[in-house]
Design a protein around this ligand. Sequence first.
Ligand SMILES: Nc1ncnc2c1ncn2[C@@H]1O[C@H](COP(=O)(O)OP(=O)(O)OP(=O)(O)O)[C@@H](O)[C@H]1O
Ligand SMILES: [Mg+2]
Length: 163
Amino acid sequence: MSKYKVTLETHSVADTQCFGELLGHWVKQNGNPLCMALVGDLGTGKTHMSQGIAKGFGVTEKITSPTFSLMNTYMTLAGEIYHFDLYRMDDVSELENIGFYEFTENQISIVEWADKFSDELPKETLWIRIVPIDEHSRAITLESDLIDYETLVEIGGIYVVGN
Ligand SMILES: Nc1ncnc2c1ncn2[C@@H]1O[C@H](COP(=O)(O)OP(=O)(O)OP(=O)(O)O)[C@@H](O)[C@H]1O
Ligand SMILES: [Mg+2]
């Protein structure tokens, strides 16, 4: 259980990407290293949210999921952002080989399927869980031990519900 938790809802792909942009923009302004761990079943919206986060952080190209490459790196004026997808990773020892610990602890990173290796993520990780409500809507929870409640509400903007 994380110390701080806020729930959001999005009702379209565009909403999910817009929320991602708000988060990416906040991360850029904040300037500190952060690992954003995305959790959700197949096809819930992790990659669409990643696209929004990258855009808000300043990535100008459209990002795709690094399912086969395991990690993609994007350069921006605000520094690099590292995008992981652990779906096809089976062995924890592979994480060391791709520099996972270095990047998630000291840089800005997004990790899809982070729950596969949740013990390997930094304690300060921002956990983002996506659960389908219906075909177009998603419940999204933000959980952190470091980013406090008020800040999570600020990041969530108009997508925050019932807190
Ligand atoms: N509110 C929503 N937010 C995000 N995606 C949505 C939403 N409503 C519907 N969708 C649909 O859900 C799918 C999400 O696909 P996406 O590739 O982002 O999922 P994913 O979680 O990365 O899946 P995978 O684990 O297979 O990589 C898309 O087909 C998208 O159109
Ligand atoms: Mg994906």
